[in-house]
Design a protein around this ligand. Structure first.
Ligand code: ATP
Ligand code: MG
Length: 576
């Protein structure tokens, strides 16, 4: 257990100040009471937008938007209310009713955010999809969900043209950013034209807490993506986790770098900040280290929520670049999506002067479950402690709780507000989550230390069994990252007659380093000094990049399949 290193901080928050007390006294009912109830009916869009549009926040900026070409726009809460009312009216004229699925295949345009709110106002179910998807990924999702309407752009429609005939349930395509000379097909409608003549007042559907809100397909890291379905009740979790984990307050400018096609971009790029009335910045461009720093400098971003893959890329681009920008507005940084290597935290502390707060959750959990908080010290490499109201445990295959220090399955006690309600069209897969003695099984392995901090070991499928020892790929990858030549690595177990499995590492080098037999030996020696002797990679392969999901997660199952010449399985979410 590597819990010797602790980063202590002075809390700069007016949010969560006493973790232990909050955990002990917490009640979801109390949080729910804070949320307006009209005849016990609700709508997340009311809480996130309309409520603020009627309050002192009406002229506060809800969305600072920047396009890939540098165009900037801003929208107040009042403007967002009117635009989403208009959009809801428009979708209603197309026949969208409560419970219908409306899917969105757009770049991170303002229309994406406006439609998400409009769909909620209609009581329909939104399905945001990442705009880099290919035709098969889009078809699978529209087919599985039996979507009635698709909102997209002419360019993206062209990309998926070949699969549209396979979608008999799809009645309308709404096109955003249509140029004047574009010829609309009969079943298509132009967003801008329809919006122009539509009233900006809409009587929203008042929903039951348990009515569905959105379907998000998981990242596809371990297999075929699952259509995880969430409900309006999720807002209870969204709202309080945003406040206590991301530490947002009214004067913040918040930047979540995730796309709404992934759960982080929907929950913490949209609902969480707006439920709390926070100004959110959205960038519709690709990753570029210099541009990212420029954004923080120009928009005076105060709270930044990003992912390990982005942080590793920033680290790869070096310390000198950081020095060229004024990043003094930043006061809080969080990370999610993959294990956050301790080396990245140390680097962040050096160059940004701030600890990076890792947190853990899944599409299925609908909100942050384990986190580092402003009021607690950070132990680099640990995901932190369970969110108040969340009972986490490390269990064996039968559901028995294991003591501190022991590796096992990470499990949660079912019943928190944002827990998945179904897997769309797959009741069997849904039940499997709850098949270990009443626990919700996450599919990840971890351990808890004596102080109650949780440490990620690996996906249950990725854990390596070598000579009777269980080794998580993350610890080997993190140790490799501590070597100055290594920029990134992916570690797998490879069948071996003698040892069961041996550890193989795929390594991407920093600029200025070249693959060689000597470097390979040096890396092996380096790991042997850092980890137990059995945990060093007997095989190292240098490569120029690693296969990742479009949300930036290393696809170890693909490294393994390729290495062993096995079928690759579902690769619809694989990055180009
Ligand atoms: P699929 O379920 O389709 O295989 P996925 O699990 O990657 O894809 P997501 O729901 O986007 O889909 O990701 C959740 C998973 O991401 C977690 O189960 C965990 O393995 C990983 N993860 C998220 N945050 C962290 C973190 N802070 N540390 C370690 N792992 C994390
Ligand atoms: Mg998963």
């Amino acid at each position: 257990m590597k819990n010797a290193e602790i980063i202590s901080k002075k809390p700069v928050t007016d949010g969560l100040l006493d973790y232990e007390r909050a955990y002990k006294e917490f009640s979801w009912e109390a949080i729910k009471k804070d949320i307006c109830i009209r005849n016990n009916k609700v709508n997340i869009a009311y809480e996130a937008i309309d409520q603020h549009a009627q309050s002192w926040r009406k002229n506060k900026v809800a969305l600072y938007w920047e396009g890939a070409d540098g165009t900037c726009q801003k929208y107040t809460f009042l403007e967002m209310k009117k635009l989403s009312d208009k959009c809801a009216n428009m979708l209603r004229t197309l026949g969208v009713r409560k419970g219908d699925r409306v899917f969105i295949f757009l770049p991170r345009l303002p229309e994406l955010y406006i439609s998400m709110i409009a769909i909620a106002k209609l009581g329909a179910i939104a399905g945001p999809m990442f705009s880099a998807f290919g035709p098969d990924a889009v078809r699978d999702r529209l087919h599985n969900s039996e979507a009635l309407v698709l909102i997209t752009t002419p360019e993206l429609k062209e990309r998926i043209e070949t699969v549209l005939w396979e979608l008999p349930k799809l009645e309308h395509i709404v096109l955003v950013n249509v140029k004047e000379d574009y010829e609309l097909e009969e079943s298509d409608v132009c967003y801008k034209t329809l919006m122009k003549d539509t009233p900006d007042k809409f009587e929203m559907e008042w929903m039951e807490w348990e009515d569905p809100l959105y379907i998000l397909y998981t990242s596809g890291t371990t297999g075929k993506p699952k259509g995880v379905t969430h409900v309006h009740n999720d807002m209870i979790s969204h709202s309080i986790t945003t406040k206590w984990v991301l530490d947002l307050r009214d004067d913040d400018v918040y930047w979540c770098t995730a796309d709404p096609g992934w759960v982080t971009g929907t929950v913490y790029g949209l609902w969480g900040p707006w439920l709390n009335g926070i100004s959110s910045y959205i960038y519709d461009g690709r990753f570029d280290a210099a541009k990212w720093y420029e954004i923080i400098q120009t928009f005076k971003v105060t709270v930044w929520y990003t992912a390990p893959t982005a942080l590793r890329m920033l680290m790869k681009d070096g310390d000198d670049l950081v020095k060229k920008y004024d990043l003094s507005s930043l006061r809080y940084i969080c990370s999610v999506g993959e294990p956050l290597n301790p080396e990245v935290i140390r680097w962040g502390l050096k160059v940004y002067g701030l600890p990076i707060h890792d947190n853990w959750w899944q599409t299925e959990t609908g909100s942050i479950m384990i986190a580092n908080y402003p009021c607690l010290p950070v132990k680099p490499g640990s995901m932190g402690k369970p969110f108040p109201g969340i009972k986490t445990a490390i269990i064996d295959g039968k559901g028995n709780e294991l003591p501190a220090g022991q590796h096992g399955l990470l499990a949660l006690k079912p019943g928190w507000p944002s827990m998945l309600r179904k897997v769309w069209g797959d009741e069997k897969r849904f039940k499997e989550y709850f098949s270990i003695n009443g626990w919700y099984a996450t599919g990840d392995t971890a351990y808890k230390d004596e102080d109650g901090y949780f440490w990620f070991v690996g996906r249950a499928d990725d854990v390596i069994n070598t000579s009777g020892h269980r080794v998580g790929p993350f610890e080997v990858e993190s140790a490799l990252l501590e070597h100055r030549a290594v920029a990134e690595s992916g570690v797998i177990g490879k069948p071996d007659a003698e040892r069961g499995e041996i550890i193989k590492a795929f390594v991407v080098l920093h600029e200025g380093f070249a693959p060689s037999k000597e470097l390979e030996e040096e890396l092996k020696k380096f790991i042997r000094h850092r980890l137990a002797a059995h945990a060093y990679p007997r095989e190292i392969e240098f490569c120029t990049n690693l296969p990742k999901t479009r949300s930036g997660k290393i696809m170890r199952r693909l490294l393994k399949a390729r290495d062993l010449g096995l079928p690759t399985g579902d690769i619809s979410t694989l990055e180009d």
